[in-house]
Design a protein around this ligand. Structure first.
Ligand SMILES: Cc1ncc(COP(=O)(O)O)c(C=O)c1O
Length: 385
């Protein structure tokens, strides 16, 4: 039985919500998106949420609103998706990579503190695979050094740790609603912040730097002039896509619990393969969003296992190669630093692959994944392992 890597959970009612938008003359950011922003703000218990057309553009709008640019450094983990570092470069600032914790693969407070210089303006911890980074410890370091904290919450809309959700302890948390994310509208994202002034600035940097969006320019039946007082990008989410979000947000906890049950089943079934196959540690007492289910094997076996799984009809992918190992960032850092400065992220990136994990994954499908992986592992592990 083939098992795809991903299956989205959108339903006919979501198509009807898009059709409702199509029946109006207004397709771009308007009333539908504003209502979703309120829904997310209520879900997170935060005062300000701004929808964006991707995590990436949301992060660029946030960095622009914070005035981060050339000459500034922003600390990012070496184990993440490339976008976390790319946005820093795209605004002209310099990403400073730090290696990650060997158990959870995330940025830790001591790694952050050691990387801070007089040029550091911000850090972007990543809630990798759906589990939150240690925000209380990271926020204490950020406060001590007067730097901004921006959470890369692309994997963690619905998680929590130490009594805090994304956005509660930082300047801003940024989410992704990309096609494979736990909450998706194909392409999209959101920024959540407690900071009223920052929210007002992002409202502008999200839309070219304009002082009024399309809906505001025509409010009350008369045209209002707008000005541009700061440089912005184009990061607003159209209502056509925002319409796909409300039903998913309403069911996000129910679906998280399905992900968690499946993740626990994987964990139990694969426990017997340790230490040849290892999983990231789950933080005790935290609410894990279980966005991805990565495993790690000896680097020399990884690509063979991936190929054998794919031949057997099991979808699997790599999340992620360490960012400093990609060609662009190797050139940027220099071979010597790229090769040696991030041993934990590099080794994880060379041996990891992710298994299918989504709420509609049936137990029979999951058993197929587990049995296929077990068979392939047994064939490839050394005799007696
Ligand atoms: C950790 C992380 N950060 C950022 C992004 C970028 O998100 P988007 O595609 O919405 O720009 C992703 C997307 O996969 C991601 O996994």
């Amino acid at each position: 039985m083939p098992v795809p890597f991903h299956r989205h959970e959108l339903e006919p009612a979501d198509a009807a919500a898009v059709a409702d938008v199509l029946a109006t003359p207004f397709l771009t950011s308007g009333r539908v998106g504003a209502a979703v922003e309120e829904q997310i703000a209520e879900f997170l218990g935060l005062p300000h949420v701004l929808l964006t057309n991707s995590w990436t553009n949301g992060a660029i709008a946030t960095l622009l609103a914070l005035g981060i640019g050339p000459g500034d450094e922003v600390i990012v983990p070496a184990m993440t998706f490339i976008a976390t570092a790319n946005v820093v470069r795209l605004v002209g600032a310099t990403p400073v990579f730090v290696d990650v914790d060997p158990d959870t693969l995330m940025m830790m407070a001591d790694g952050l503190e050691a990387a801070i210089t007089a040029r550091t303006r911000a850090a972007i911890p990543v809630h990798l695979y759906g589990q939150m980074a240690p925000m209380r410890a990271l926020a204490a370091v950020a406060a001590r050094h007067g730097i901004r904290l921006i959470e890369d919450a692309a994997h963690c809309f619905e998680g929590a740790r130490d009594g805090a959700r994304p956005g509660a302890l930082s300047d801003a948390a940024i989410f992704s609603f990309y096609a494979t994310k736990n909450v998706t509208c194909g392409e999209g994202g959101a920024i959540a912040t407690r900071d009223t002034d920052l929210a007002a600035r992002i409202r502008q940097t999200r839309l070219h730097g304009m002082s009024a969006g399309a809906a505001d320019r025509f409010r009350g039946g008369r045209y209002r002039h707008w000005d541009m007082t700061r440089l912005g990008t184009k990061a607003n989410l159209p209502d056509l896509l925002a319409a796909l979000l409300p039903a998913q947000i309403a069911r996000v906890e129910e679906r998280r619990q399905k992900r968690e049950a499946l993740a626990r089943r994987y964990r139990e079934a694969l426990a017997g393969f340790a230490p040849d196959l290892v999983l990231p540690a789950w933080v005790e007492g935290a609410k894990h969003a279980h966005h991805l289910f990565p495993v790690h094997v000896a680097p020399h076996m990884r690509d063979t296992l991936l190929a054998r799984l794919t031949e057997s009809g099991i979808g699997a992918t790599v999340n992620y190669r360490a960012v400093p190992q990609t060609r662009y960032w190797r050139d940027f850092l220099g071979e010597e630093r790229a090769e040696h400065d991030f041993p934990v992220a590099t080794r994880w990136g060379e041996g990891t692959f992710s298994l299918p994990l989504y709420p509609s994954l049936g137990e029979a499908e999951q058993d197929e994944v587990i049995e296929t992986l077990a068979r392939i592992l047994q064939e490839h592990l050394p005799e007696g392992a």
